[in-house]
Design a protein around this ligand. Structure first.
Ligand code: SF4
Ligand code: SF4
Length: 95
């Protein structure tokens, strides 16, 4: 009999950091009080591409809402940056 397995959740890739660089964030980040523009590396992203404030209340809610997914993360940092760039353009205000 074949076991029915739930799909395993996508894990964040080590040393990626694409979703902490490509999107714009409009809420304050410690060290970036106005948030950050698209394509700019978050000041809280450490050299090993881990979030320095993960789990802390000052981490923007936006960040908690970005969960790893096959669609977003793809199979490389470059794929993730491309997908996030397209999302950024698609959701940018038109004025
Ligand atoms: S794009 Fe995906 S793999 Fe890359 S840092 Fe974000 S969640 Fe992790
Ligand atoms: S606060 Fe942390 S999770 Fe959010 S963009 Fe910066 S490094 Fe990434």
């Amino acid at each position: 009999m074949t076991a029915l397995l739930a799909p395993s959740p996508v894990q964040c890739r080590d040393h990626c950091g694409a979703c902490c660089t490509a999107p714009s964030i409009t809420s304050p980040i410690p060290g970036m009080p106005d948030g950050k523009p698209a394509g700019v590396r978050c000041i809280q992203l450490a050299d090993d591409n881990r979030c320095r404030i993960f789990g802390k209340p000052e981490r923007p809610a936006f960040c908690g809402g970005l969960q790893p997914s096959l669609e977003m993360c793809g199979s490389s940092r470059e794929q993730a940056i491309r997908w996030l760039d397209e999302l950024e353009r698609a959701t940018a205000p038109s004025c």
